[in-house]
Design a protein around this ligand. Structure first.
Ligand SMILES: Cc1cc2nc3c(=O)[nH]c(=O)nc-3n(C[C@H](O)[C@H](O)[C@H](O)COP(=O)(O)O)c2cc1C
Length: 279
């Protein structure tokens, strides 16, 4: 399905926003967002739950907190998924589609996988026992000028930079780079994937093209969090979303499938996740 917005423009426009105007989102627009959230799905056929939360003081006087990382936002979105194969990847995919949609409407967002009060949000979302809850995002109207905290976070993560193409896209195996010329029509989806956001801007996605298949790997560079969540699987789901929406925009047909591990020699920290099969 094609999006109602330009994928390239929206991918290039999106940036993490940590400073918001104290302006509430009108009820009509919230309803539009709720409707979009309710219709989201993903190519991994995993159900992801979304919750739109208002940052109202609770009966105990506590608010939904982000340790000062986010300022001014009165609304947040939390996402959760049941444990299982490709669950974290599916959550990354669906949440990023929602974030791109919100970006196209002019809202600011910021993926947060670490710097938020997890138990406060989990209670507000009424999480089911055992459900995985890797991330939230504020949603609101961006401040024109960033705060010092915002600029510092961007500086530390080198948020304006991305790794060069040749370090993430390969042909046949991990020792041969896939050039943009060799990628042909797929140079566009791969470039949109390259620009995706990721936790600490680690950009853990790697893709090996083999004929009509594009095998997606996670290059693990972070440990699981205290709850046993590997946030970098979510990152690869985010990247898959950019790749897929861009492919659909250019009428490149195919589908994501989980294959048995491709017989490709790989570095130790590389984990095979899924493949795109072009048809
Ligand atoms: C899954 C995920 C988790 C993230 N967690 C945090 C976080 O806890 N705190 C934070 O300030 N930024 C967080 N970020 C934002 C990244 O630092 C940011 O996406 C990256 O530096 C690239 O910058 P950009 O989003 O402006 O393109 C997260 C991003 C992703 C995708």
């Amino acid at each position: 399905m094609k999006m109602d917005f330009s994928v390239e423009e929206t991918v290039k426009k999106r940036q993490s926003v940590r400073s918001y105007l104290e302006r509430p989102i009108p009820a009509g627009e919230k309803e539009q967002i709720q409707n979009y959230m309710a219709k989201l799905n993903n190519p991994f056929s995993v159900e992801v739950s979304f919750h739109l939360l208002e940052n109202k003081p609770s009966s105990s006087g506590e608010k939904l907190g982000t340790y000062g990382v986010i300022k001014g936002a009165s609304d947040f979105i939390g996402a959760s998924v049941a444990p299982g194969e490709l669950g974290l990847e599916a959550l990354g995919y669906s949440f990023e589609q929602l974030i791109l949609y919100l970006t196209s409407l002019g809202f600011g967002t910021c993926w947060l996988g670490g710097t938020f009060d997890r138990s406060g949000f989990a209670a507000a979302m009424k999480l089911k026992e055992g459900e995985l809850f890797p991330a939230i995002s504020p949603i609101g109207y961006p401040q024109e000028k960033r705060r010092m905290m915002d600029s510092m976070a961007r500086f530390i993560a080198k948020s304006d930079q991305r790794l060069p193409w040749e370090t993430m896209f390969f042909k046949g195996d991990f020792s041969h780079t896939l050039t943009q010329d060799e990628a042909g029509a797929y140079a566009f989806p791969l470039e949109m994937l390259r620009l995706a956001p990721s936790a600490a801007n680690k950009q853990p996605w790697r893709v090996v093209q083999d004929g009509d298949s594009y095998h997606f790997y996670e290059m693990r560079s972070m440990k699981d969090n205290k709850l046993g969540i590997d946030i970098q699987r979510t990152d690869v789901g985010i990247g898959a979303c950019h790749f897929h929406l861009a492919a659909q925009e250019r009428d490149l047909s195919g589908q994501f499938v989980k294959l048995s591990e491709p017989k490709i020699q790989k570095p130790e920290q590389m984990c095979y996740l899924f493949s795109w099969k072009a048809v």
